[in-house]
Design a binder for this molecule. Structure first.
Ligand code: UD1
Length: 360
């Protein structure tokens, strides 16, 4: 049984689902959606674009505080597991570090169903991040730890856990979709008013530490405005951020758009001269696509992306604009990032290793 629920889960699991369905007839895979994310552009569009099978059940938990959301998922998933509709799973696969992942891992572990954690061993060292709390707890109640990088393997070892190095399934997803992304790139650029070779900066922000505090958000917003003075900015706005931005969201200089699907996001990222983001996934995807990244955080769980200055951590809002513009104006940086090995993230066949380990 695979349990997903939030946007990054859908990308991580797409290659695994494809691998299982096409090459592992002995695995009877049931996909459950918790409903943590529910808007079309936060959920359904990813299944559609990545060609993933639709979940058989949606638990429709929706939004809420951490405790409310985690509890609702645990309760509804437990009811589902005990109601007799499904055969008891031999193993439950849970991806990433969102509340859906923690709740399903806890629920399965308490029912003595072995848990396989996809993207095990990630650590930022920052326990104020809800995801860091989730990561640690999930790893410590899992049986099979599927580690995306050698750093993740070392992190697990330090906590007395044996991991299995598989590579990163988000790398697989990007390689698998590369042709489609290229094919659609021009169309996507035109849709967002980007002409010919015009360079742009992509912005994504959704971490509570950046958007939930109005004063900090205002300082970051000022930085984005400074960047947009002379450089095109495209900013697909997460629903949490949309609410927090309120009236600022009407600023004409910045191209604020709805959250985007996988193909649109990757197409805009590929053509960007720099990305400003606080997302874990985007840091990696920028690295894979050789796009300079400025991460609005003090820590990262993906230290590999920092090599050669491909990604830099800038938490102080007043330093963001200079950091981004310096990268936009460094014509050689992208070429230098292209020269950095991406080998730590695997060989594009992480999903195959994951499926083999699950079957074994
Ligand atoms: C969650 C994850 C985060 C991940 C992010 C990706 C946790 C603790 N956080 O954060 O790690 O990087 O997803 O997007 O699990 N909302 C909608 N429509 C939706 C979903 C959410 O409008 O489809 C709004 C609601 O107002 C909700 C808010 O967004 O309260 C936040 O959603 P939530 O799932 O709580 O956390 P994210 O910020 O999305």
């Amino acid at each position: 049984m695979l349990v997903v629920g939030a946007r990054p889960n859908f990308v991580k699991c797409a290659p695994v689902m494809a691998e299982i369905f096409s090459k592992h007839p002995r695995i009877d895979l049931t996909v459950i959606h918790t409903g943590q994310h529910y808007d079309l552009e936060m959920s359904e569009i990813f299944f559609h674009q990545l060609g993933s099978p639709r979940p058989v059940v949606n638990l429709r938990v929706g939004s809420g505080t951490h405790a409310t959301q985690t509890l609702a998922i645990m309760k509804r998933l437990e009811d589902l597991l005990l109601c007799g509709w499904f055969q008891r799973p031999d193993i439950m696969l849970v991806p990433g570090d969102v509340n859906t992942t923690l709740a399903s891992a806890l629920c399965a572990a308490k029912l003595c169903i072995p848990v396989a954690h996809l993207e095990a061993g990630m650590r930022s060292g920052d326990m104020t991040m809800p995801e860091e709390v989730n990561r640690k707890l999930i790893d410590h109640c899992s049986t099979l730890h599927l580690a995306p990088t050698p750093t993740a393997m070392s992190n697990l070892k330090r906590e007395g856990i044996e991991g299995h190095y598989t590579g990163d399934t988000m790398f697989d997803a990007l390689l698998g979709m590369a042709e489609t992304i290229l094919f659609r790139e021009q169309f996507v650029r035109e849709k967002f008013g980007l002409h010919n070779e015009e360079r742009h900066v992509l912005v994504t922000l959704h971490r509570p530490s950046n958007v939930d505090n109005p004063i900090r958000l205002q300082r970051i917003w000022k930085a984005i405005n400074a960047i947009s003075d002379g450089t095109r900015v495209v900013f697909p706005v997460h629903p949490r951020t949309r609410v927090a931005l309120g009236k600022h969201g009407n600023d004409a200089a910045i191209n604020l758009v709805q959250p985007l699907g996988y193909i649109e996001t990757m197409a805009l990222l590929r053509g960007a001269s720099c990305v400003l983001s606080d997302s874990g996934g985007i840091q990696k995807e920028a690295f894979f696509l050789n796009v300079p990244c400025v991460t609005v955080r003090t820590t990262t769980e993906w230290p590999e992306t920092l090599s050669g200055g491909a990604n830099i951590l800038v938490s102080e809002p007043e330093k963001l604009a200079d950091a981004v513009l310096a990268r936009v104006n460094d014509g050689e940086l992208s070429r230098r990032i292209a020269g950095i090995s991406k080998h730590d993230f695997g060989d594009g066949h992480a999903a195959q290793k994951v499926a083999d380990l699950l079957e074994r």
